[in-house]
Every structure is written in C-alpha cells, then in structure tokens.
Design a protein around this ligand. Sequence first.
Ligand code: FES
Length: 653
Amino acid sequence: TKDPLVIFTPSGKRGRVPLGTPVLTAARQLGVDLDSVCGGRGICSRCQVTPAFGSFPKHGVTVSESALSEWNGVEQRYDDIRGLPSGRRLGCQARIQGDMVIDVPPESQVHRQVVRKRAEARDIVMNPAVRLFYVEVAQPDMHDPSGDLERLRDALATQWDLPDVHIDLPVLNDMQPILRKGGWQVTCAVHFGDAAAPARIMRIWPGFHEGPIFGLAVDLGSTTIAGHLCDLQTGAVVASSGIMNPQIRFGEDLMSRVSYSMMNAGGAAEMTAAVREGMNALFRQVAQEAGIETTDILDAVFVCNPVMHHLFLGIDPFELGQAPFALASSDAMNLMARDLDLTALPPAARVYLLPCIAGHVGADAAAVALSEAPDKSEDLVLVVDVGTNAEILLGNKDKVLACSSPTGPAFEGAQISSGQRAAPGAIERVEIDEVTKEPRFKVIGSDLWSSEDGFQDSIATTGITGICGSGIIELVAEMRLAGLVDGSGLIGSAAQTGSDRCIVEGRTNSYLVWDGSGHGGPRITVTNRDIREIQMAKAALYSGARLLMDKFDVDKVDRVVLAGAFGAHISPKHAMVLGMIPDAPLDKVTSAGNAAGTGARIALLNRDARAEIEATVRAIHKIETAIEPRFQEHFVNASAIPNSVEPFPILNS
Ligand code: FES
C-alpha cells in the first residue's frame, strides 16, 4: 500500500508521507509554512491546523475522520487549560493515518500576509528578522567540560536546525542564571541579519516565552518623529505615537541645522544627543500607549532624510551642506541599540537604517520606493514625496530614476502672508464661483463649507486662522480657473476681473478670501507675492519631474502617486491646474499617505525586503538637478500657470 497523500491548503503543496507522521513534520518535509515556537512540544499552539473531511474532487481524494489520529494526552491537556478553537488540531500532535486535506489558517503561518487597503500597493508578507525558539538544553556535567553557551547552541542546532548561532555579549552576561531559572528550558529570540551576518541570540527568557515581541518602524522627520509599534509575530500595529523633533531648537529647517553644526563647535554632537533623547522618550511613550515594556522591543527600523540620518548616527552633516553633497555612507546600517544610546531598548535590540539614495535623496525616499515599488510596476509611475524638498522617483520595472528638487517651505504654509501649518483653523479646501467670483472654503476642524454669507457656527469655535499648503494650492488654482489671476501669476484689478474682492494697494494686488475682522478674526488675503512663492515651489517640483521624464525619454507618465502627509491632502485636479504635476488622467493620480512610514514597516516585518530595497537603491539612477541645464529651462517654463510651453492636454480635454 502507498503512503498517505497529504494536501495542504491554501498553498496547494502535496506529497506522500509515512503513516503516523505528525502534521508539523509533514509540513516541514513538504515546505509548507507552519509556525512553531516550542518545537513540537504541544506548548505554543502556533502549529494549529484545520483538517478537512469529506470528498475533494478537485484534489481527487476522499477523507474520513479516521485519516487523522484521535486527540492525544498533550492535545487534551492543552485544550483543557487554554482551549483549542473548534475544528482545530495541534499540528505537532495530530498524526496522519490516511489521505488528508489540511488547511493552515493565516495565524499559523510564519509568512502570513498583512493586507494593505490600497489595491495598487504591495501587501506585506511577514518574515521578521527576529523569531522565538524554545529549546531544552543539556545540563552541565563534571564529565562534559562544555560551557553553557555551547550546550545552548547545540540545542538550537539539533532541535531547530539552526547551526552556528552567535550571541551578543550583553545577552551572554545574563545567560547562566536564566538557564538555571528555567530548569534548562529557555526561549531564545534569534536575530537573522543579512546574508553576511550570522544569526545571533539577542534575548533569552527562562522557560517557554510565547511573546508577544515587538518592533518599531520610525519615521525620523526634521519636524516630527513618528513611531509605529508592531507585533513581530502578527504584523499588527499595536500603537502609533509622535513627538516634535527636539532638534527644532537648533533650527527650524535642515539647512539651518547644518549651519548650526558649522558655526558651533560640538553643535552636531549636541543635535545627535537631542534626537537620541527624543527617540528614547518616543519609545517610552509608544510602549506606554500599548501597555508594554520597552524591553520587549527587539527590532527597530528607521527612515529619514540624509541630514537626519547623519545626525542620528552621530556623523557631522557638514559635507551635506555643500556641493557635491557627499554622504558619509549611503549603505544600509545594521546596528545595536546601545551603539546609538537608545537606552529605552534592550542593549542588544537591533536597529536597521534603510540605505540613502543620494546626498539629497534619503532613506525616506528609499522607504517610499519600497512601499510604492515603482521598480515592479508595468506602468511608468511618478512618485512624488512633497516636503520642503521634493523627492521624486520615476520608473517602471525596467529602470527607476530619482532626484530631489528644492521646493522650499511654501507648501507648508511658510512665506505665505496668511499661511500656516495644517492645523485646526486653517483653510484647507477652496472653491471659487466662476460667475460671482465668490469663494467658499472648508476649514480644518469643520466638516462644513463656509462662505462669508453662510458663515458656519462650527467655525466660530475654531476660528479661521490662515491657509495651509493644500488650501493655498486650491486657492491659486481656483483663482486661475475663475480668471482672477493670469497665466503669469498676476492678480487682476476689480475692473479687470469684475470682483471687488480684487484689491490694488500701491504695487500690491491681492484677493480677499475672508474678512474675519467682523468676527474678531484676521483678514485672509492672497497677494501677488504669495502666488509668486507658490509658482516657485510648484515649478521646482514640476521641473524635477520633467527632468526625469526627459531622462526617460517620455513626455507623459501613466500614473502619479503623491506621497507624504502633504501629498495626502493635495487635490490632484488643482495640482494639475497649477502645473505642479505632469498632465495625467485624474483617476491615475493617487495618494499614498505616509509611504515612507509604510516602507519602514515593510522593512521591519520582512527582512527579505531589506535586501530587496538595498539592491533597488543600488540600481536607481540618481540625477542631480543642480548640474542639469534643462532643469533651469523647465523651471522657467513651469513658473507660468500651468506652464508656458506644455499644453496639459488631458486636463483641458
Ligand atoms: Fe508548539 Fe505544536 S509546535 S504546540
């Protein structure tokens, strides 16, 4: 008689195994992803499977209940104490006695998928760098002169097929009492580094420790630092938290921080200490929010721009402040928490920094590339991360190009007369009636559209305080559509436009958006100078994108992805009316939200993604806009609204 046939779903993997083989063993033999932390001892329940009985014409088998062994004592005990969900069996205990169809539920798969909501975005497949392994270690003996570590390593090699596991010194320091406390049964957290680095024991618990264990995905921005605490076994985000970057006291923007380090001896070191302290505070905050100890955070992934990258690592960013903008290193970094004074984490906790792409295109852009995967796209996709520096990627599966373009702070509401950061009270959406030229607008903190005639009560509680970046983009675009501003960016007079909101005072033309003086608030206007600032910022963004299109030898793109918090709030139509992004079908312009943060999370949850983005970054062609003569030419053309030479046919159709 033949050995029984076993078919695993959903993988479809199948094969024959000897009668009486435990399901876990069969899964391993057939390369099926079935989890285990206890190594088949009936403790962890990670190996749960759902046997299926009945007729399966698709697989050509009929399965009776007797094809799987009855519950044994271990399973019975587990069910008595912790309860097995109905229909489930422990894969390490149940034995195969006939042809079988066995389903592996997602929670029993190490490499389960964490599904993302956006259809075009890649799903995250779990493959964390840190995993738990329970082992039973041989006791020391007068006749066997080996050390405790050597016996622990033997146990990992024989019980888990993990040969040659190293240990971090801080872990070795604590190891002996833990082995004895656990009665020679311990759980090890093992970190799998890159191909060149050996697996290392980074934490040991006495007895069986099922977790949870955690990792942090950190988006280290110049203004804010955001941390997402993830369960390293399920992939779930258990808490997210943010703090202001404490380096702000040394300068609002990156260049002022670079100059602080140039002007002050020890300035860079001061900023390094500040950001590391802030990081420790953030870790404590996010752990407290989740109700966990920071000592259970074993892995952390960081993404940041090049200046933040250098300051976090303790490298003086001096060279990044001047041409040719050489990075100290663009490589990804594998470090330990104690290397970076991250005292909130266990000393052997791992820190991974994504690689930088170039002197102006940082690990944050690499993370965007990981999240949005232009290198896997059939379509030609333009990915724009809009900040004070726009980081731009253009590519498809054949090639990816990257550049950065200095947009300045106008999109953050800075240098705009009524501008402000996106916060309650800021106008974020604007519509102007083409006939009456009267504006309606929406303010952050209120769901209602308001105008001076229909002043909404809800706004009275927040007050209208200014216009944020997305508001100013819509405002200028709506003014252009309503004929209040011409293609060169000049606001017409009341006589020219037919709107007495257009005011000419001396050499300043302006458009009155809202007169709050009657409500005790400010008068909100947009001036020619404000429009000039927006023209410069959007021209910088567009010409960066256009330059990459030249290099690709195309004059249109298939898709546009707007990344970043700001990108999430921009209206694609208005951005296109301004000529800020290239002409494309509006339904092909999407927002990716915080793609850099998502990229950090992907790298945290899947160690293969780290090798993948390192290879992608090496293959990305970097374009330096400052030395490209065509950049200036594109910039001049793109200063007009939408553009003095490019027709924007799709927008106008
Ligand atoms: Fe741990 Fe089955 S492998 S209970």
